[in-house]
Design a protein around this ligand. Structure first.
Ligand SMILES: [Zn+2]
Length: 299
């Protein structure tokens, strides 16, 4: 199936869904009209992308010159750099934003941004809000994802961490503040958000309340389509588009030639309607993950 045919098929499926049970208050026709103005000027400048993903102890052994030389030798002209989310690689002032324990007095992210700018590169900040630590869980238990039994969820791979709710205040408020800080300090060309769409169905107080307000249903507990599953899929998607729009508008207030780029996955299993994603964000939606042009990855 060609991409064009896929989009057509997606549009037909969307139309069927729209008339079956659910209509959402926001039609997205306006998004198509606004799409052209959503494309930052740097989009066509970047031909070869690099991505440098840090882990928490990297700041303690980080060799700035090595990486800048690497970007230069690979002739990369755009880069996606770890900034924050679970772990901040710069001296953040946002409460509960966990600084790398190895950061010390350094600003590893800022050093990288400055070095890459000197090389003339497009710079995107990489964030990942899907997990957090005990202090956040204690102070803001409603930021944590809940299982069907109402228990907060520990991280599946890092048991010292908690999984955050993707559809509540952790993303809508806390990560908004983090984005404002990054964009104000570093004026990057975009902010990329990895693992932003929740980690499975969340039964926290916000998801239960907001889903009920939007649909009149309780959150589904089975995969039976009659168990509000269809309504949930549409609500979940709408909530993500609302979040995307909010983040995007906020970073553009600070730097009009930037955008928010949530990881949409890009495949048939994406949580988002790809036709709608593509319509709204035009060129920018394809960047930078996966790179639509040649990429150099380092983790
Ligand atoms: Zn939730």
């Amino acid at each position: 199936m060609t991409r064009r045919n896929f989009l057509k098929a997606g549009g037909m499926a969307g139309a069927v869904v729209a008339v079956s049970q659910f209509t959402w208050p926001r039609a997205y026709a306006a998004e198509a009209t606004a799409a052209a103005s959503f494309t930052p000027s740097w989009v066509d400048k970047a031909m070869r992308w690099a991505q440098l993903t840090l882990v928490e102890d990297d700041p303690g052994k980080f060799d700035l010159r090595f990486w800048l030389d690497y970007f230069k030798r690979t002739r990369s002209d755009a880069v996606c750099l770890s900034a924050c989310g679970c772990v901040a690689y710069y001296p953040t002032n946002v409460p509960f934003h966990h600084r790398s324990a190895w950061l010390g007095e350094r600003d590893v992210f800022g050093e990288l941004v400055a070095g890459c700018r000197k090389l003339g590169m497009v710079v995107i900040a990489r964030t990942d809000p899907h997990s957090t630590y005990d202090d956040v869980q204690a102070a803001h238990p409603d930021w944590i994802a809940m299982d069907a039994a109402g228990k907060p969820r520990r991280h599946w791979a890092s048991p010292e961490m908690w999984v955050t709710c993707g559809l509540g205040p952790h993303n809508f408020e806390f990560m908004m503040e983090v984005k404002r800080e990054i964009m104000s300090r570093y004026r990057v060309d975009a902010i990329f958000i990895n693992r932003w769409d929740g980690s499975g169905l969340c039964y926290c107080e916000h998801c239960r309340k907001n889903f009920h307000a939007a649909s009149g249903h309780e959150l589904p507990r089975t995969t039976d389509p009659q168990d509000a599953r269809r309504a949930y899929i549409l609500w979940h998607q709408q909530r993500l588009f609302d979040l995307w729009r909010l983040w995007d508008a906020e970073v553009r207030k600070i730097n009009p030639d930037s955008c928010a780029l949530p990881n949409t996955g890009g495949g048939a299993t994406s949580a988002l309607d790809m036709q709608r994603s593509g319509t709204r964000y035009s060129e920018a939606a394809a960047l930078p993950y996966p790179p639509r042009r040649m990429g150099v990855m380092a983790t």
